[in-house]
Design a binder for this molecule. Structure first.
Ligand code: ZN
Length: 92
């Protein structure tokens, strides 16, 4: 099944791997962090993460390195804080 498509879409390739901090920085997107224990959540500026962690760091993995500022748990999930899509049709 290894039919490689010539001229594969760059977007298609990037969709198959988690976004990295470098990806978010280029898009101007921050990181949304969520504590699985207490539900505390915060949006962390990308600038404060890309410095110590580097642009190649996959976003889902940085949650492992973080700790909840509310309860101290290390059970933190991280994902890109993409601007909400689908509001185009919401015209009033
Ligand atoms: Zn917490």
């Amino acid at each position: 099944m290894g039919g490689m498509k010539r001229g594969a879409l760059a977007g298609e390739e990037s969709a198959q791997r988690p976004a990295t901090l470098g990806d978010l920085e280029s898009e101007g997107v921050d990181v949304f962090c969520w504590c699985n224990r207490c539900g505390h959540n915060a949006i962390v500026p990308i600038e404060s993460l890309i410095g110590p962690l580097g642009p190649a760091q996959p976003v889902p993995e940085i949650g492992i390195r973080m700790r909840c500022t509310a309860c101290g748990a290390k059970d933190v999930a991280a994902r890109p804080s993409w601007p909400s899509l689908g509001q185009v049709s919401n015209h009033n």
